[in-house]
Every structure is written in structure tokens, then in C-alpha cells.
Design a protein around this ligand. Sequence first.
Ligand code: SAM
Ligand code: SF4
Length: 328
Amino acid sequence: MSQQLIDQYGRQIEYLRLSVTDRCDLRCHYCMPEGFKDFEEPADWLTFDEIERVIRAFAELGTRRIRITGGEPLVRKNIPELASRLSSLPGIEDLSISSNATRLQKLARPLKKAGISRINVSLDTLKADRFKEITGGGKLEKVINGLLAASEAGFQPVKINMVVMRGVNDDEVEDMVQFCIDHDFTLRFIETMPMGDTGREASQQYIPLDEIHQRLEKKYNMVKANMNGGGPARYVRVEGTELRIGYITPMSQHFCDTCNRVRLSVDGTLYLCLGQDDSYPLRDLLRSGISDDELKQHIHRAINLKPEKHEFSNNPGKLVRFMSMTGG
Ligand code: SAM
Ligand code: SF4
């Protein structure tokens, strides 16, 4: 069996996004439906032992980068313990986390100590009342404290992810640029995707990021920049500062032909594409006593199912799954 994971379209899979929970302490309206309660039962969550086993198999098949995500990963207990187990696995070179930062003030240091190398934080607004509205009741102060704790713990860079929505927060783009210059954060703008009914509704406020770039160019000189991360963002640097701005454009300019990733949800389902339903359930196989070799064969079979591309733009009504189920 070939050691590398190469899909039908010749793309090598070397990046896995690991959702450790589908729960969250916020309710960003573009991500999770209001009042949603239909979460996976704890008995169906992969245990840390099961997660470690799957990630070890992926690492032996050439996966080098893991991002822990959710839902909000830090609402699951003992994530630093899991991080420490995953960062010690042979072959794993980069272990990162995406978080809303509400619990980061306490957890930044333990996560750093556990071997998390990079951190991304969602933040769409710097206005407390607007934050409350977008996140269904969240407290901005907690997130700011979490971000500062991440910097103090030595995460460098801390990346901020801002979903830019017309009439919701697009008036804050310049303020966010300044905030990131002041705090030495990296800023990434994201286009709203029609994930589930809730994402579809929000994507009515979708702004192509080219528009934002052109607006910023009137105020700042921008030069092309490189950035580590293994992701699809295209970066520029604001001249005269250290600020890097990344544009993540799944809608206006998709990056499917270089997609190097798959996603493992909390119930042990492998999702082969963020914007398609193709999936491969691993949990029952793991619990039925398969060997490590058999597990790897199943992973190869799953990778063969990876579709060529998403259809967010030409078939936006397609996907019923919403973002917090698979992890962003
Ligand atoms: N809770 C963590 C967080 O918010 O960073 C991790 C999970 S969250 C699902 C990952 C990313 O997905 C966030 O940056 C969020 O803004 C983004 N996201 C969620 N729904 C989205 C949508 N419909 N369109 C674009 N981005 C979305
Ligand atoms: Fe929670 Fe992140 Fe989704 Fe917001 S984007 S509801 S913080 S999982």
C-alpha cells in the first residue's frame, strides 16, 4: 500500500482538521442556527485514545499538519492533554488550533506548553454590542483578554479571522487593520460561505474580498507577502508595518485544485470536502477492533472519495451541514 495519501485528482493530503466537539459557547449567526441543540451524544464522540490512533495512522500516511477545531474546541475538557499527545506523534510537524478565544485567558499557556504552535482566533468586530449581536450574546472582553493571553504565552503570530459581511461589520475593516498593527496580530478576511440554512442566510451579506482589498489599497501601500500555514490564504503586507493580511476567498476564487486537507468530525466521520457531503465513517470501524493496517486501508478508500471541488457558488442550496459540525 502506498504510504502517501494521493486523491483521484493527484492532490496529496497532508493536512487534517480535527473537530473535537460540535458544541460552542457562542452562536455566531453565520455558523450555528439560533437555539440549536441537536449535538452529538458524548458516547459518540471519539475518545482521546481513538483520536490519537487515527492521527497516528494519518501521520504514518504522510499527514504533517493538524488543526484542532470545532465547534469551540476549548469547551471540551482537557484539550491541552490531547494536544500534548498529538504533538508528540512522530511525523506531526505542526499542531495548531482555531478558537473563539473565550477560554483562552486560562488555556493559552497550557496549550503552548502542550506543543500547539499556532493559534487562529475568530473576531468579526471590535464593538462590544455588535459582538453580542453577531455571536448571540458573547462578551467581547473575554475574547480580547484571550488574545492578549495568547500573545503573552508566546504564540507568534496570533491570527485573527474576520468574516466580512456587508452591512454587518464591513465598516470595521480599517479599525481591525489598525487593531492588528497595534497588537502585532495577523489579520485574515474570510468570505461568507453558504453552509447550512444559517450560512446561506448570512451569505446574502457576502462581500467579494477583492472589494475590501481595493478599499484598503486606497489607504495603505500593500506588497505581496509569504506566510506559513499550509492554508489557502493569499497574503499581502502593509508597507511600513509588520502586518500581514490574508484573503480567504472560497466564493470568489476557489482554491480546490490545491486542496490538501480532509476533516475528521467529533463522531469520527471523515469529511472529504467542506462544501460536499462525501464522507467516510470511521468510528464504528475503530470500535469493531480493526487493525492499524486495516484502518490505513479505510483511510485510503476515504481519500479516493474526495471530490474535485465544492459548489458553493453554482449550487449554494446544496449543503445542509453547517460549519460547526465539521469545523472550519
Ligand atoms: N470556534 C472556533 C472559531 O470560531 O474560530 C473554531 C470553529 S469555527 C467553525 C472556524 C471558522 O469558521 C471561524 O473562523 C468562523 O468564522 C468560520 N465560519 C463559520 N461559519 C462560516 C460561514 N458560513 N462562512 C465563512 N466562515 C465561517
Ligand atoms: Fe462557535 Fe466558532 Fe461557530 Fe462562532 S464560528 S459559533 S465561535 S464554532
